[in-house]
Ligand binder design. Structure first.
Ligand SMILES: *Cc1c(COP(=O)(O)O)cnc(C)c1O
Length: 370
């Protein structure tokens, strides 16, 4: 699905130099590269505060802790996403409220979101799934009307740009009160271990969060709030600092591969190619097709047999997971997610795909789907 080795060979010198810098300084925790990467990312995203942390799941949890959400507060998020999003809501004893997604973009459905709001709702977590930004004009409008926090799960969409109705542009993750991301190796900006970050333009929230990531300390050995230990280590920061200047090129490489795929499948009536919403760029964390003739599972097996990696993101709706089932949900609330789990298939998507590979993949798929 990804070619991390091929990518490393292209950037070996820059990455090795960064890592050696850490080894020579022995500043493994909180070293200068962590601060340098933080500043570089703030500049890239045009956001006031980037707070690095240990992974994307922690980033979500810490963002929710920082906003002071309390037991019983309802937090609305999408039914069709990676479990981390809902996991941290439940872990903090907040009440997750899952809603259906939009059939064209796979992002949170605005009508379903509106219907899910109750007097207990305190926050919305739009997930910018597979690399394109959710409908943030609508999400912000609803949040404003009901006085809700907006936490953007940007684990899959770092580098994507959203254009508001008035023409203003913002980077994914810098639109709501707070945004979070993951630097897991296979993410669009990945390190060589675990990593994550939280973004905000709110000075006070940034200060609160900086304490939370460091055991709730604002003055050394004075613990004002219950915190966690969540750090991006210096070696990972070094890798990320070396890779950040290439992020835009990486996004372009992914878009080019996506365009090749979409052109190849354009005339096939059994395949729906990803639709890019008008107001967002797409950074294709995943390239996800829908196979509409009932042969998705057969295609999955056929491709594996041909040596073509592929994956089903996601095979089970979150509302159907044992851990997140809730009597409040009715199957009729989730027509889109219930369909997507049966039809979606994600193809190899990374920065090193060449024409020969893309041709082989598309020919094999067209040969099978017919
Ligand atoms: C990867 C991912 C996360 C979690 O990130 P980790 O760094 O693996 O903890 C959260 N949300 C989404 C949508 C993700 O894809």
């Amino acid at each position: 699905m990804v070619d991390l080795q091929g990518q490393y060979q292209q950037i070996k010198e820059a990455v090795n130099t960064s890592i050696e810098q850490v080894l020579n300084s022995s500043a493994y925790i909180n070293g200068p590269l962590v601060h340098e990467f933080q500043a570089d990312l703030e500049k890239y995203l045009n956001v006031k505060h980037v707070i690095p942390c240990a992974n994307g799941t922690d980033a979500l949890q810490i963002a929710m802790m920082g906003l002071g959400l309390e037991q019983g507060d309802e937090v609305i998020t999408a039914d069709f996403t990676f479990a981390a999003t809902v996991e941290v809501i439940a872990l903090l004893k907040l009440t997750p409220v899952l809603v259906d997604v939009d059939a064209a973009t796979f992002n949170i459905d605005i009508e379903a979101l509106k219907k899910a709001i109750t007097p207990k709702t305190k926050a919305i977590v739009p997930v910018h799934l597979f690399g394109q930004v959710a409908n943030m004009d609508a999400v912000l409008e609803i949040a404003k009307e009901h006085n809700l926090f907006v936490i953007e799960d940007t684990a899959q969409a770092i580098g994507a740009t959203y254009t508001f109705k008035d023409g203003t542009k913002k980077k994914a993750g810098t639109i709501g009160h707070v945004g979070t991301t993951s630097f897991f190796p296979s993410k669009n900006l990945g390190c060589y271990g675990d990593g994550g970050a939280i973004f905000t333009n709110d000075d006070e929230l940034a200060h609160t969060i900086r304490g939370i990531v460091n055991h709730g300390m604002y003055t050394r050995y004075y613990h004002d709030v219950v915190g966690v230990n969540s750090r991006l280590d210096s070696i990972q920061a070094g890798v990320l600092k070396a890779k950040l200047p290439l992020l835009n090129d990486y996004c372009d490489a992914r878009r080019n591969a996506a365009e090749f795929y979409s052109n190849a499948f354009a005339d096939n009536k059994n395949i729906i190619t990803p639709k890019i919403a008008e107001n967002t760029t797409h950074v294709f964390h995943q390239y996800t097709l829908q196979i509409t003739n009932g042969k998705r599972d057969d295609l999955h097996k056929h491709l594996l047999a041909q040596g073509i990696p592929n994956a089903i993101y996601y095979p089970v709706a979150l509302h159907s997971q044992k851990a997140y089932a809730d009597t409040r949900y009715k199957e009729s609330d989730f027509p889109v997610t219930n369909e997507l789990i049966k039809t979606v298939i994600s193809l190899p998507m990374h920065t090193e795909l060449d024409k020969e590979q893309l041709t082989f993949i598309t020919k094999t798929i067209l040969g099978f789907v017919g």
